[in-house]
Design a protein around this ligand. Structure first.
Ligand SMILES: CC(C)(COP(=O)(O)OP(=O)(O)OC[C@H]1O[C@@H](n2cnc3c(N)ncnc32)[C@H](O)[C@@H]1OP(=O)(O)O)[C@@H](O)C(=O)NCCC(=O)NCCS
Length: 170
């Protein structure tokens, strides 16, 4: 196996980030749910006030113009908990199938943990869809706690329709 490298994403990585977001969505049969565009990713992640960050995993590949192929990524951002303060939220974590089981995932998690610690975060939160038993086991094996079963949290959302309704209430 060729060596891989995990590095912070740059603006030029946005097309690959979108490709991997779509692949991960397809993994859950949710391809049509991806509405975001390369322009959104550029604007939201690489301006003066980034709303997200990414780590990119790449391997050497002479067939690519850049000489590398992007084979995995993690999207994360910082958020705040009124009880414990700053925390790192892991939004997407994905390695393409032919490159799984080679240590890329653990290297991404190692780098994320370093970022969390050096940024003063006390934990890293993330969601796992209920049917993704493989991922659940993957995280639990590495010491993650399932807050839904242990603490009873439910994830809620107001969609734009409800937001508009509330925004326009007198
Ligand atoms: C979760 C994921 C990012 C881990 O990345 P990775 O680079 O494969 O991580 P690892 O190298 O630690 O390997 C993961 C496990 O799969 C096993 N594995 C070995 N070969 C494998 C292969 N060809 N394909 C899949 N898994 C393989 C590894 O042995 C390891 O097992 P372990 O948990 O008992 O240690 C990756 O499996 C993935 O992208 N999964 C699909 C997307 C997903 O579910 N993401 C998480 C959403 S919450």
């Amino acid at each position: 196996m060729s060596t891989f490298r995990v590095r912070p994403a740059q603006a030029r990585d946005c097309p690959d980030i979108l490709r991997l977001i779509k692949e991960l969505a397809a993994h859950g049969n949710n391809t049509d749910a991806v509405k975001i565009t390369i322009i959104d990713l550029l604007k939201d992640g690489f301006g003066d006030h980034p709303l997200y960050y990414c780590l990119i995993a790449e391997v050497p590949d002479d067939a690519q113009l850049t000489g590398t192929l992007t084979v995995g990524f993690a999207m994360y951002y910082f958020t705040y908990d009124p009880w414990i303060g700053k925390l790192l939220y892991l939004e997407d974590f994905y390695v393409v199938e032919p490159f799984r089981g080679l240590g890329i995932g653990p290297e991404i998690l190692r780098k994320l943990s370093q970022i969390a610690i050096t940024s003063g975060c006390s934990c890293m939160n993330f969601l796992v869809v209920i049917w993704n038993q493989t991922s659940t086991e993957y995280y639990i094996k590495r010491g993650a706690r399932d807050l839904s079963t242990q603490e009873g949290w439910h994830l809620f959302r107001f969609n734009k329709k409800e937001l508009l309704k509330m925004a326009n209430e007198d």
